[in-house]
Design a protein around this ligand. Structure first.
Ligand code: ADP
Ligand SMILES: CSC[C@H]1O[C@H](OP(=O)(O)O)[C@H](O)[C@@H]1O
Length: 402
């Protein structure tokens, strides 16, 4: 069975049976393919008699959303497993447990998190997650700090950079986030009613300069081991718990790309409140909650990151007075710029978000799309001038006229 081929449900059951930690007894197992992402197969294997279950994720040799015409390396399954294992050591309790990996079959066998909800879905349904800022700031501060030249042996870091060279998945990001949305590219998926807004972006030289600077950072700045795709579809939540999944885009890149991904997806939901909030006052309340979550996440992230640096910083040169402040200022600017780029791509690039695409009424959907574009372009345009997270929040508030 070990030569690569996409698993049948029966084969998935056979593999699950070998995970004795989860299935110590031999009762019947049932399997269901539940993958709703763009790239992979995901099997949910359950034992009805005991209520036990696990997940088997398998990479396909192409992008599922497009088909076999877009080949993708299976090595991404190794990267996902190894990233999950590293992240679970650095940020305990904030990732699923990995039971087994198989590079030949491109598999990760992991803890079933079906008692959580995918955060994108939870936010669409109006969920409130009071521990999220605390948890996600902890995840980002610890995984980014301890994989960077600030927090780990700098020679060992170079070996880890090599382990996480991820060209196919980086190219998806380079194309879909930092290239296609700024041209009349065939991969874009543009609703007619916002074509004028996309065309205005294609003509905007000032904006395209900022995107070029962000793209350069994504291509060259091997600052820390990133999750690489930290949107709300890659985060499981309950009011009490947060678990980060799906790090197959992991590579050494600029830290602000991860932090910006979280903020972009909260802002996409903020824009989508044009539809999801039933009236003006709940819309205002919901949007305040989303902006407060961004504010809390940044403030906690900064505080934790600085504390890790003060306690565990490994480089005496980096203790130079003013260096930490300068580093955090640059990280904030990157975060804001990347948040902008990740917002724009989700409106008319290849892959959209359910927060906006599932708005049934075209007029409300268009309002949400235009709002998201105003916020995204505002963040990109002003990233290098930003001095505090409040500058980013102001851009979001002004877009809705507040
Ligand atoms: N550990 C897990 N527990 C429960 N469901 C999961 C788990 N991992 C993935 N899933 C389900 O599979 C879906 C797709 O998983 P994901 O890792 O995002 O795949 P892709 O890489 O294709 O985007 C998730 O939205 C979720 O519904
Ligand atoms: C052709 S892949 C597009 C898009 O899909 C990935 O997200 P996910 O599979 O988690 O939904 C990633 O964000 C890529 O940019």
């Amino acid at each position: 069975m070990s030569q690569y081929h996409p698993l049948s449900e029966a084969e998935a059951i056979e593999i699950a049976r070998t995970i004795k930690d989860v299935f110590p007894t031999g009762e019947e197992l049932v399997s269901k393919e539940i993958g709703d992402g763009n790239l992979n197969l995901v099997f949910h294997i359950a034992q009805p008699a005991t209520g036990r279950s696990l997940i088997i994720k398998q990479a396909l040799p192409y992008a599922k959303v497009v088909g076999e015409s877009w080949p993708l390396s299976l090595d991404r399954a190794r990267i996902e497993s190894e990233a999950l294992i590293r992240q679970s050591k650095l940020a305990p309790g904030l990732t699923p447990r990995v039971y087994k990996t198989d590079s030949e079959l491109a598999l990760t066998v992991m803890e079933d998190l079906s008692d959580h909800v995918i955060m994108r879905r939870g936010l669409i349904q109006g969920g409130v997650y009071p521990k999220f800022a605390e948890h996600i700031s902890e995840f980002m501060a610890r995984t980014l700090f301890f994989t960077s030249d600030l927090g780990m042996n700098q020679q060992e870091k170079k070996r880890v950079v090599e382990e996480f060279v991820n060209p196919d998945l980086c190219k998806i990001t380079e194309d879909l986030i930092f290239d296609a949305p700024y041209f009349d590219d065939e991969t874009n998926s543009i609703e007619d009613h916002i074509r004028d807004a996309a065309e205005a972006i294609w003509r905007d030289e000032e904006l395209r300069l900022e995107v070029a600077l962000l793209r350069e950072k994504f291509l060259t700045h091997a600052q820390a081991l990133l999750h690489g795709d930290l949107h709300t579809g890659s985060i499981f939540v309950t009011p009490e718990s947060t678990k980060v999944i799906d790090p197959e885009f992991a590579y050494y890149g600029p830290m602000g790309f991860d932090v910006g991904a979280v903020f972009a997806n909260l802002l996409l939901n903020y824009a989508a409140q044009e539809h999801w909030s039933p009236d003006e006052s709940s819309r205002r309340e919901r949007r305040a909650y989303l902006l407060n979550t961004i504010r809390d996440t940044w403030n906690l992230f900064e505080k934790k990151f600085r504390a890790l640096w003060d306690e565990h910083g490994i480089d005496r040169v980096f203790r130079a007075k003013g260096y930490q402040d300068d580093y955090m200022r640059r990280l904030l600017k990157d975060t804001i710029g990347f948040a902008g780029a990740k917002t724009v791509r989700r409106i008319y690039g290849l892959s959209h978000v359910a927060d906006i695409d599932t708005i049934p009424d075209a007029t409300a959907r268009e309002r949400a799309q235009r709002l998201a574009l105003a916020i995204g372009t505002g963040l990109i345009r002003h990233n290098r001038q930003a001095e505090s997270i409040e500058d980013a929040l102001r851009i979001a508030s002004r877009a809705i006229g507040e």
